[in-house]
Design a protein around this ligand. Sequence first.
Ligand code: PMV
Length: 333
Amino acid sequence: MREHVWRASPSLAMIKYWGKAVPAAGTGDADIAGSNIPASFSLAVGLEGLYSETRVRLADDGMDRVMLAGREADPVRYAGFFSGLRLLLGVEHHWECCSENNFPTAAGLASSSSGFAALAAACAAASAAITGEPVPHELLSQAARIGSASAARAVWSGFVALRAGARSAEQVHAPDWWPALRVIVVRISDLPKEASSRDAMELTRLTSPYYQAWLEDSPRVYAEALGALAARDLGRLGPLIRASTMRMFGSMLGADPPVLYWLPQSVAVLQAVARLRRDGAMVWETMDAGPQVKLFCLDKEAEGVCHSLLGVLPELEGRLLVLRVGGGLARVG
Ligand code: PMV
């Protein structure tokens, strides 16, 4: 059986998604294809240079199987994704999949976004070889979303939006919209995170008194960020990136028990970045469901920011990565 190999890059949110829409009973949305729909608006970039690579064949034993970095993955985590994909593609077959990342898995570098995007594309390609029907990108985005909502964004390159209530993401601008924009990934820890984003956001939704306020704020921050991005204005976009990040964590801290992904080193970086900004640097921070910190700045400042960070936190030597905006899907075999 022919192997299909696809790559996808992680989708890093500038404006964050945190929390799923609750399907209304009896609307049909309770079915698997309508699951995992975001309740907040997100706006993200694809990260050039980092990727998940997934190899897929059609299975001949009627079982879906996923190997992650050489180890069999928990089938329960993938069951909904595969059922949803069969439903969306109108097929009955199963897939045998192997996935590898060229960066640490499950440590807050958005590996589930690239992982499910590459998985959806490679499985769909294997199916299309049988059905003869190419799968549109919009459907790949929907399928990837069932696995992980951020993965709906990772099928597109450049600047990508996923609206609250949407089943698929959309490209807002191609990567060359803002060639000067850079992301500095500060790798704080390579250990897997303790709480999955899936569980943590559900706990936040169910127990945090700040969750509703987080959702109410989301459309405004998103709309302002779209405007700042359209103007390529980091002075406007940066504070919105920071606000979206901190408000998301505020909602998590209000959960019972609270969700805290940060490590002391994450806080040290946040404080160092605030000092750089006070000294005039244009650099803005975001974090996800893990301890890593990611910074947005312009190419002309990236080297200086790295140099200054290493000056105050020399233990970060070898842990800073400067990336361009790019990403999306690529067929490699
Ligand atoms: O889609 P998930 O389960 O990987 O959740 C992503 C959540 C955040 O990374 C924290 C925010 C985002 O929009 O990517």
